[in-house]
Design a protein around this ligand. Structure first.
Ligand code: NA7
Length: 553
């Protein structure tokens, strides 16, 4: 390691760093800060023109935090950020989250080490040099001992392959690649494909303005009121005064939030008691609807049905047209697709300018220049909004497709399964680390906090390697297999693997279909810390071939 914070340039065309980080979103920003604090030279590449990652791209109307919200969807590595940042609403909207991330970038002077509008087109491991070489879209090439992939769990847009879609001549936007210029829906006939979190957020906003909205729904969804409200001055004051205690509570909580956990089974209560509890939670709204109910909703079919029935009744109560309400009835286990928070989603179907098409009974046949044609008819449209989600969790790593030892690409290595150890590393890809990759809690955890905790572990591993005078670290395939079994074993205790979702890869044709996230919550952090304490059990370290100074000369 050079332990300098300046790039070393070789022959004018290759820049040398200790670490290249790919991605300047929530994870990459913290990675940069942490690695610089460690005294390493770091370069970050990002295709966007500023920081924020997912929050930079997903700027569609209605985009908001749809998990447990502010002020706890935040970095925790310093008290200062909590002290100096005011969160206005519990479910912060996209501009508010992006403003926070921009503030973090300013505060820690991150941008000077980030090269924006730069895609990493190739990342290749050089076995002789024990370094990674990256080539970028701007022609800049870099070499680094370590490659940190902070490429995002929800950043590779899923573009549906529907006959004629490229013939459509009107405006067409994916929610995950929303334009920076204002988009007007006024007077337009808009079709929206997709009723996941993004569709449920954007549809009510479009309906307020558009002449007509045609919602093309493949799977009806469970959604609950977001319960968005102002964060009170008292709440902000409490978060600031007690941040040490709150941080400790976040670290102990399965999802990374400062909430109490509940151990009560839904089956311990009578149906009346359950309904009363669900009703109280529904009235309050927010993601805690799913956390504060019962502990076995995602594990026990009967418990699950009690909540699913409650939400289905709510939908029936809100949507006036009976036929439309029936089309909106979800039939999977509740919570086994990403739970959704909405601001008047079901109410939107009471508007005269909104039509719901159930693609299961009336599938899309094709798009034309001016319409979408389903089995039962033609629907003229001026605009198409694709709220069709992402090739999630593993998709961005596969898009990067690094080449490891022996010229083996990640696509080859992952053709049947997303082999990894601890969700952080991959055999055959030495010194490559992932944040929020498959095998980690990723999207099942408070993502800024998870990024910090994973990156801290990665930093310690780098330091360990340095102190032992080693050149590389990578897991064995045996440890990958054992980890894969642990991940699958935990998932199989739940109902999650039994539903088609982006969590299981079922939304992407041809993708290995299995539940790849670590569902053990904060146990994960205990597990990775135990591995480090046991001298990085399951990893192999290779002697350094040459001293860094010799390589860089
Ligand atoms: P999601 O949750 O993957 O939702 C995508 C939606 O698009 C979902 O309703 C899909 O139906 C639908 N979809 C995808 N492809 C098609 C095709 N080809 N035809 C019809 N319908 C399709 O993505 P979101 O962006 O809403 O949310 C992702 C995360 O982003 C979310 O967790 C938030 O945290 C932010 P399906 O259910 O697969 O049948």
């Amino acid at each position: 390691m050079t332990s300098k914070n300046q790039p070393q340039r070789l022959s004018g065309s290759i820049e040398h760093y200790d670490v290249v980080v790919i991605g300047a979103g929530v994870s990459g920003m913290y990675a940069l800060h942490h690695l610089r604090e460690m005294g390493l030279s770091v370069r970050v590449y990002d295709g966007a023109s500023d920081v924020g990652g997912t929050w930079w791209y997903n700027r569609y109307p209605g985009a908001r935090v749809d998990g447990p919200g502010s002020p706890f969807y935040c970095y925790t590595f310093t008290d200062e950020l909590m002290k100096e940042w005011d969160w206005a609403e519990t479910q912060s909207d996209q501009p508010a989250v992006l403003a926070y991330l921009e503030h973090v970038a300013d505060r820690f002077d991150l941008r000077r080490d980030i090269q924006f509008e730069t895609w990493v087109q190739d990342a290749r491991y050089d076995e002789a040099a024990q370094r990674w070489t990256v080539e970028t879209s701007t022609g800049v090439c870099a070499s680094a001992q370590f490659l940190v992939c902070a490429v995002g769990a929800l950043s590779t847009a899923n573009m549906p392959d529907i006959p004629g879609i490229h013939d459509f001549a009107g405006e067409c936007y994916h929610t995950g690649q929303w334009p920076h210029e204002p988009v007007s829906f006024e007077g337009k006939r808009v079709a929206v494909i997709g009723t996941g979190s993004s569709g449920v957020q954007v549809i009510p906003e479009i309906a307020k303005e558009a002449a007509h909205v045609t919602v093309l729904q493949r799977t009806a969804q469970f959604s609950v009121p977001a319960g968005n409200r102002p964060v009170t001055p008292d709440e902000m004051a409490d978060a600031r005064e007690n941040f040490d205690t709150i941080r400790a509570k976040m670290q102990a909580h399965p999802g990374g939030f400062p909430f109490d956990t509940h151990e009560r089974s839904a089956l311990d209560d009578t149906p009346e008691q359950r309904r009363a509890r669900y009703e109280a939670l529904w009235q309050r709204g927010g993601f805690r609807f799913f956390l504060d109910g019962y502990s076995d909703i995602a594990m026990n079919e009967e418990a699950n049905a009690s909540l699913a029935d409650f939400i289905r009744d709510k939908i029936r109560g809100i949507v006036r047209d009976k036929e439309t309400a029936e089309k909106l009835m979800p039939d999977h286990f509740v919570m086994t697709k990403r739970p959704i928070l909405d601001n008047g989603y079901f109410e939107t179907f009471n508007r005269d300018n909104v039509t719901l098409i159930d693609l299961r009974e009336d599938p899309i046949e094709r798009f034309t220049r001016t319409s979408v044609r389903t089995r039962t008819g033609e629907h003229p449209i001026d605009m198409l909004v694709l709220a069709t989600g992402f090739d999630a969790i593993s998709g961005s790593m596969l898009r990067l497709n690094p080449t490891g030892r022996g010229g083996v690409s990640l696509k080859e290595r992952w053709n049947d399964r997303f082999h990894n150890y601890l969700g952080l590393s991959i055999a055959g890809f030495p010194n490559l680390f992932m944040i929020h990759g498959p095998g980690s809690p990723g999207v099942f955890y408070n993502m800024p906090l998870g990024a910090e905790r994973q990156m801290d572990w990665i930093g310690n591993c780098m330091r360990h390697l340095q102190e032992r005078g080693m050149g590389t670290v990578e897991p064995t395939t045996d440890s990958e297999e054992a980890w894969g079994n642990e991940v699958t074993g935990i998932a199989n205790f739940t109902l999650f693997p039994r539903t088609d979702s982006w969590w299981t890869g079922a939304n992407i044709p041809g993708k290995p279909r299995y539940f790849s996230a670590y569902l053990g919550g904060s146990l994960y952090y205990q597990r990775i810390s135990d591995v480090a304490a046991k001298d990085y059990e399951g990893f192999v370290f290779e002697q350094a071939h040459l001293a860094d100074d010799a390589k860089a000369s």
